[in-house]
Design a binder for this molecule. Sequence first.
Ligand code: ADP
Length: 263
Amino acid sequence: MPEVALEARGLHCGYDGRLVLSGVDLALAHGEFAGLIGPNGSGKTTLVRALAGRLPAQSGEVLLDGAPMAAMARREVARRLAVVPQISTPPFEFTVREVVAMGRTPHLGRLQAERAEDREAVARALALTDVAALANRPVTELSGGEYQRVVIARALTQEAPVMLLDEPVSHLDIGHQVEILELLVRLNRDEGRTILAVSHDLNLAARYCDRLIALEQGRVVASGAPEEIITDALIERLYDCAVLIDAGPTGRPRVTLLGGDAR
Ligand code: ADP
C-alpha cells in the first residue's frame, strides 16, 4: 500500500469561475490525524469537498491511495473514504437509524437487503455516537448536536479507512465534543484510520491532532506539529486578533483570546 492515503497536487478549485483553492499541495499519510485550520472563507470546506471528490478540480488532482480519484467509481471512493460534511437541516423525515444505515450503501450490492454485519455496524455506530436512544426518531426533530452525531454515525458505518470531517463538533456541548474527539483518537490509534478534521476551535485542534495544516486565502501556508503552528505570529496573522499562547495542562499549546485587531 502506498504510504500516502490522500493527496492533493497543485489543486485549483472554485465556484462559477471564481477560484477558491489556488494550488493546494497536501499529503495525508496513512494513520495520520491532522487538523485543518484557517479563518472563515479561507477554503477549508472547499478543500474537504475537493478531497472527497465532491467538487471537480479546475486543475491539479486528488489521489486516493496513489490513484487519481477523478477516475474512480463513486462506490469505490465511498468504501475507502467517509465524509462528515458540515451539518445543514435534514432534508427528509428519515429516522435516525435509516440515515445511519445509509452509510452501508457502498458495501451492499444493488437492491441487496441489509445483512447481519450491516445491522451490527449500524448498532455499533449508534452506540459510539450516543444516539442509540434516538434510533426511531425522525431526523427532522433532532437538535443540531444530536443530528451532528447522527451524521458522524453514518460516516462510521461506512468503515472507510480515511475520514474527512468538516467541523464535526461545532454543534456539540463540551461533553459530547470530548466524547467524539476521543472516539476519533481511538479510531486513529487503534484502527489506524487516517483522519482530517476541520476545526474552528484551536484548543481542541491542538489537543487532539498530531499535525495542523493552516489555510489562508486558498493556500496551505503552514503545516506541522501543533507547537509549530499554534504560535502568536501565525494565529494573529490568520485570525487578526491578539492571543496569548502557553502550554496547557495537557502539554499542548493553549490559546487565550486577548482581543481583536492584532495588527
Ligand atoms: P471556509 O470553510 O474556510 O470558511 P469555504 O470553503 O466555505 O471556506 O469558502 C471559501 C470561499 O468560497 C468563500 O469566499 C465562499 O463564499 C466561497 N464559496 C463556498 N461555497 C460556495 C458555493 N457553493 N458557491 C459559491 N461560492 C462558494
